[in-house]
Design a protein. Structure first.
Length: 224
């Protein structure tokens, strides 16, 4: 072997051995430092960490954090309403009690539509009880009034110029009508009973019967 080549190879080997020794030395130093640190914070530090009490507060509920204050504030209870007194039960109808208007049907019919100069108009008044029991009603001329008009003109009323007892209390059986005939003398009437009564003129007239909370259909007729 050439001496120069041998010396060159020997120089390379020495260089890499020195580099390896330096690297090992550095690793040893790092290992010693790491061991010293772990020994300083060893079991004693771990026990202190375990013995330290945790004072963390509970995490707030994210749902409550998004709600408005009114939504999470308890709503005060409304006051309990006091019970209302029960309505009194109406007493059942007894035979002979006054008739209810809702149980009565009042009607008026004319015996003709056209009356000559010498004819007096006549009407038929009927009152029917549709209730379950017999009842009583006043069918007198003041309470059950027949009135004749011509447009806005009040011509005649059965309630004008009455004297004496005017009440006429009748018993009305269920479905059996009370019937009364009424005749008009073709003269006007009014509140002044001493005044001379004028004769009604020829023309068109309307008759109707009225009672408390009741009235009949209109009856139209003509005077010649």
């Amino acid at each position: 072997m050439d001496p120069d080549t041998f010396r060159s190879d020997m120089g390379v080997d020495v260089y890499w051995r020195r580099r390896l020794i330096a690297l090992v030395a550095v690793l040893v130093v790092v290992a010693i430092v790491a061991w010293a640190c772990s020994a300083a914070g060893g079991p004693e530090s771990a026990s202190k960490a375990q013995a330290a009490p945790t004072s963390r507060s509970p995490a707030p509920d994210p749902l409550l954090a998004t709600l408005p204050v009114a939504a999470i504030t308890p709503t005060p209870k409304a006051p309990t309403p006091s019970p209302r007194p029960a309505k009194p039960v109406p007493r059942p109808k007894r035979p002979g009690d006054a008739c209810d208007a809702a149980d009565l049907v009042l009607s008026l019919m004319g015996e003709g539509e056209v009356y000559g100069a010498d004819e007096r108009p006549r009407f038929i008044l009927t009152l029917v009880n549709t209730g379950k029991v017999m009842c009583t009603a006043d069918v007198g001329p003041r309470t059950t009034e027949v009135r004749i008009t011509s447009g806005d003109d009040r011509v005649w009323s059965s309630a004008d110029c009455l004297s004496g007892e005017t009440d006429d209390i009748r018993k009305l059986e269920r479905g059996i009508p009370y019937v009364r005939q009424i005749q008009w003398d073709r003269r006007r009437s009014g509140s002044d009973c001493r005044a001379k009564r004028a004769e009604a003129r020829p023309g068109t007239y309307v008759a109707m019967v009225r009672a408390p909370r009741l009235k009949s259909d209109k009856v139209v007729f003509h005077l010649r």
